[in-house]
Design a binder for this molecule. Structure first.
Ligand SMILES: [Zn+2]
Length: 623
């Protein structure tokens, strides 16, 4: 734990500054989720060619101000932890990491620069600083890995990261050579470049060098003070919703270049900035910055997050929660999904409030797993709430894009927070079959509403179980005895002398619940959004529901059924009031239709495998 003397007095960080391998190796995921993770690590992370994603750094041919230099750092963000997952990791992954780092270090210039921009375009418009941010992250991940192995390569990577950061300071730090401030470079009112704060704080935490904390303070000033800058503090303090933070007079009809330069509603970049601000708060105790981050995240939950735990339209905030039943385009960019999961994870770690685990879980089981191809090899760019799933794009002349590069980072948030056991307290946030430190968990959750945790711990320990806010009457049993005081939206604590084979069971209250929004209906079950899928071939998905279903109504007519194929995780049948011709006797009969979990819906990734989550509800003549 780092203790720093700040202007407001002595401040102890709320949590230890974890390295990039934090809690990896204490969890081994089993069951269907474990299989999905293994497939993704094999087909995507280990399948990435390190020569290909480091080639831009060697060739340095950028002319368009694009972002070829983000791919290596993002890859390292997941490759390093997954190389350590299960203690030994995926075969070949460590070799790929070594191959990549060798090429990256070889590409570093005398002045410290690592990137692919020509000198005249560096630290200016475009995504150069953004790329350096991800390169810093990659170098620091490598440092953490090698430090654990007590290898001297750790210092080499740290040295390279220092020199890269020194380069940024010299160019666009205080009184920098380029004659412009860091926040004035890059896109989105300075969001993109300012988000370098996160790895600058990581660098400070690893070196303790004051100049990096000073640079962080300079970045924070740029994020919060200039009128035309990111304004991540005052707009949050004033309660301005994330979708409404553009300048007065912001021209929504202007061209893309204008929107990119001046917009403040870009979800991924804004959240990346708050991630850095929380890191800065952990060291300095700047509570106002932390409060702004929490307030913003709470606003995102209220205004933007949909029933799939996803958000953003064309990558921007748009008050999407209230519009989720409408056919908006380019929904739920995977970059936004993974960054929201990282934001929730950070808030969970710092606040200990289980509501952030609720949010992370909802996003993971729906928007996140729905964006991942079944074989784990790639991630969708956008994932509609109704429609079909499709490949991401090819960005910057490369056979990858921001989203497929970001995808594997999201799973880590779930994996790291599933269970944390420090020897005194074991906190379970998520319930999936897994071997964790001190316990085995057997569970088909969230397909089934139950999880069983078996102890292989002996001695005293506090077990904390997250009780989801949606689970109204949860039953917790310890060796068969029901416990009292279990409350939704909190942690339930079991303190005892544990013996080998002690069993804790959790029975969640997981009915199907209806949601109404204007004249549209959707259904959730626990954390999972339900969808109709064309593979069920059970009628017209556009037919309206008849009026009468209430928002929040428990739908006891839903029953689980066997899945029609292994491509589905969950399937349910329900007889529901659907029909547009209910004056006719045959139309007045309720229709029996099937649903699956949102993540399984459309997972053939073909236009003829379509799905729907929000269904129209009829109007009458007086509306
Ligand atoms: Zn993306």
């Amino acid at each position: 734990m780092k203790i720093v003397f700040a202007a407001i007095g002595v401040f102890a960080a709320a949590v230890a500054n974890a390295d990039s391998l934090d809690n990896i190796g204490n969890v081994r995921l089993k069951g269907p989720l474990g299989a999905r993770l293994d497939r993704m690590v094999h087909a995507h992370v280990a399948g990435t060619d390190p020569d290909y994603i480091t080639a831009p750094f060697m060739e340095k041919t950028e002319t368009k101000g694009w972002w070829q230099t983000e791919f290596w750092g993002k890859w390292m963000h997941s490759a390093v932890p997954y190389a350590q997952y299960e203690g030994k990791g995926e075969a070949g992954l460590l070799e790929s990491i070594e191959r990549g780092i060798g090429r990256m270090l070889a590409s570093q210039e005398e002045n410290g620069y690592i990137g692919n921009y020509p000198d005249a375009l560096r630290c200016g418009e475009g995504w150069d600083v953004w790329g350096m941010k991800y390169t810093m992250m990659g170098l620091l991940h490598y440092h953490d890995l090698k430090k654990r192995m007590a290898s001297s390569s750790a210092e080499r990577a740290l040295g390279a990261c220092r020199r890269l950061c020194d380069y940024v300071i010299a160019e666009i730090g205080p009184n920098g050579k380029r004659g412009r401030e860091l926040w004035q470079t890059g896109n989105w009112s300075g969001y993109a470049s300012s988000s370098i704060l996160e790895p600058v704080m990581w660098l400070y935490n690893r070196t303790g060098e004051k100049k990096y904390l000073d640079f962080a303070t300079y970045i924070v000033d740029g994020m919060t003070k200039p009128e035309k800058g990111p304004r991540l503090l005052d707009l949050a303090e004033k309660g301005v919703s994330v979708a409404d933070r553009n300048e007065p007079g912001y021209d929504t009809g202007a061209g893309w270049a204008y929107v990119c330069k001046y917009g403040r509603s870009k979800a991924y970049e804004m959240m990346s900035c708050y991630q850095g601000l929380i890191e800065y708060y952990e060291v300095t105790g700047r509570k106002d910055l932390f409060d702004a981050a929490v307030k913003t995240a709470e606003d995102i939950v209220k205004e933007e997050i949909n029933l799939a735990g996803g958000c953003a339209c064309s990558e921007a905030w748009f008050h999407g929660a209230k519009k989720q039943h409408l056919p908006y385009i380019r929904l739920q960019e995977t970059c936004v999904t993974t960054t929201w999961m990282r934001f929730c994870e950070k808030l969970l770690a710092v606040t200990g409030d289980p509501k952030w685990a609720d949010e992370l879980e909802r996003t993971f089981y729906n928007a996140y797993l729905g964006a991942m191809k079944a074989d784990g090899s790639e991630f969708a760019g956008y994932t509609p709430l109704s429609g079909y799933r499709w490949h991401g794009q090819h960005h910057c002349y490369m056979h990858t894009d921001c989203c497929t590069a970001n995808g594997p980072r999201g799973f880590l948030c779930f994996l790291r927070e599933l269970c944390r056991n420090d020897g005194k307290t074991a906190t379970f946030n998520f319930y999936a079959s897994a071997l964790v430190k001190g316990f085995d968990m057997y569970s088909l959750y969230p397909r089934e509403n139950m999880a069983r945790i078996v102890s292989h711990t002996e001695g005293p320990l506090e077990l904390r179980l997250r009780i989801p806010s949606w689970s109204g009457s949860t039953v917790v049993k310890v060796n068969g005895t029901a416990q009292s005081g279990v409350k939704a939206g909190s942690y339930f604590s079991v303190k005892r002398e544990w013996k080998l084979g002690d069993i804790v069971e959790i029975w969640f209250d997981m009915p199907v619940v209806a949601h109404r929004l204007d004249h549209a209906i959707a259904f959730t079950r626990g954390p999972v959004l339900l969808a109709r899928d064309s593979r069920f071939a059970d009628g017209d998905m556009t037919e309206p529901f008849r009026a009468g279903i209430k928002d929040g109504q428990r739908m006891d007519c839903f029953a689980p059924v066997h899945v029609p194929s292994d491509d589905f995780w969950m399937a349910f049948t329900a007889t529901l009031p659907i029909g547009s011709h209910h004056a006719n006797p045959e139309g007045a009969n309720y229709s029996e239709v099937k649903f699956c979990d949102y993540a399984s819906a459309g997972n053939m990734w073909r236009p003829d495998n379509f799905y729907r989550t929000w269904f129209p509800e009829e109007f009458n003549q007086f509306e």
